[in-house]
Design a protein. Structure first.
Length: 206
């Protein structure tokens, strides 16, 4: 005689078998987890501050030499078009002022040396340079035709930005050293800095 299984028993056994079967299956992918990073993507390179410092110090020296050698192209390349310049007497100037002073020979100097330069790299595209400038026999001929002597020493702060892959000065401020003290050998000679030039309103304090 064929044995029959009660409905309750069959249902219980079936559910247990299904649970047992599904529990043995490998787990599917968890789509709720964030995708892992692509190991083939190159990690961002660490900031090479030493290379930046070297490049910017070289630019400072080139910029300093420009007035002595009347290198207009160097000034045009190093100064940003929107540069803001503050001279030692408190007057301000622009890139056009500096270019004009060099092109016309209004600003002259036998030497323009730099010393005590320090570079502070803020990020990959911004840096600040501080230092000391020393002018040898610097002269400036104003619009009124009078020639004035430039003050021999000053402190400067220059802000550089990297624009389109090229470092440029976007702001420059200079302060006259009233009682200069002897300084070690300069870091650039002969040289010239256009930024302290009295291109806007000449002053005996320069």
């Amino acid at each position: 005689m064929k044995r029959t299984v009660p409905v309750e028993t069959f249902t219980t056994v079936s559910i247990a078998a299904i649970l047992l079967f599904t529990g043995c299956q490998p787990a599917g992918p968890n789509t709720n987890q964030p995708a892992t990073a692509n190991t083939n993507v190159q990690q961002e390179k660490p900031l090479d501050t030493a290379a930046i410092e070297k490049e910017l110090l070289q630019l400072e020296r080139e910029w300093a030499t420009a007035a002595v050698t009347r290198n207009v192209d160097a000034v045009r390349r190093i100064e940003a078009d929107d540069i803001g310049v503050t001279y030692p007497d408190g007057t301000t100037g622009t890139k056009a002022d500096d270019l004009r002073d060099i092109e016309t020979g209004a600003l002259t100097a036998e030497g323009w040396d730099l010393a005590d330069m320090k570079v502070r790299v803020l990020d990959a595209d911004t840096a600040v340079i501080t230092g000391r400038g020393m002018i040898k026999n610097g002269k400036y001929k104003g619009p009124d035709g009078r020639t004035q002597s430039l003050k021999p020493e000053y402190r400067f702060t220059d802000v550089f930005e990297r624009r389109n892959g090229q470092w440029q000065v976007v702001a420059s401020q200079s302060t006259t050293i009233v009682n200069p003290t002897p300084t070690p050998a300069a870091q650039a000679s002969p040289s010239a800095r256009p930024s302290p030039s009295p291109s806007v309103s000449p002053s005996p304090t320069r």
